[in-house]
Ligand binder design. Structure first.
Ligand SMILES: [Zn+2]
Length: 137
């Protein structure tokens, strides 16, 4: 990905304490581009980084962070999908190595506005968080 794009606001919309949007390199890019060395530290960070990876169409990161029990063999990105934003509603630790994140992701598909509201489950194995599955509302 080009350097200039890395300076842009992170697609996940996370802000610093002063309310300023974080740059991609200071937010999800730290995990997406350095997954081997620096995995996301918690389920919310992983969830946000996976959203950003969808926006930036990074199948390798999405597969690497998908629990192997649920991981799809390959991923298709619909060129007609235009991502509009992410809102994390709730981040809940449900066990020593388990957590849930409830979020709303908005996108436009061929001109139609879509609201994806999901509670996702994550597990931690060998120090890394993985997306398992989720329930849509
Ligand atoms: Zn981010």
């Amino acid at each position: 990905m080009k350097e200039v794009e890395n300076k842009l606001d992170c697609p996940c919309g996370r802000k610093n304490p002063k309310g300023k949007l974080l740059a991609y390199t200071d937010c999800c890019g730290r995990y997406i581009d350095y997954w081997d060395m620096q995995p996301a530290p918690d389920a919310e960070a992983l969830m946000r980084s996976r959203y950003s990876a969808f926006v930036r169409e990074n199948p390798a990161y999405l597969q690497a962070t998908w629990h192997e029990s649920q991981r799809p063999a390959d991923l298709d990105f619909d060129a007609a999908t235009q991502w509009l934003g992410l809102e994390v509603k709730q981040f809940k630790v449900t066990g020593e190595d388990a957590a849930e994140v409830e979020f709303v992701a908005r996108y436009r598909l061929s001109g139609r506005a879509v609201r994806l509201h999901e509670r996702s489950r994550f597990v931690r194995e060998a120090g890394r968080w993985y997306y398992v599955d989720g329930d849509q509302f």
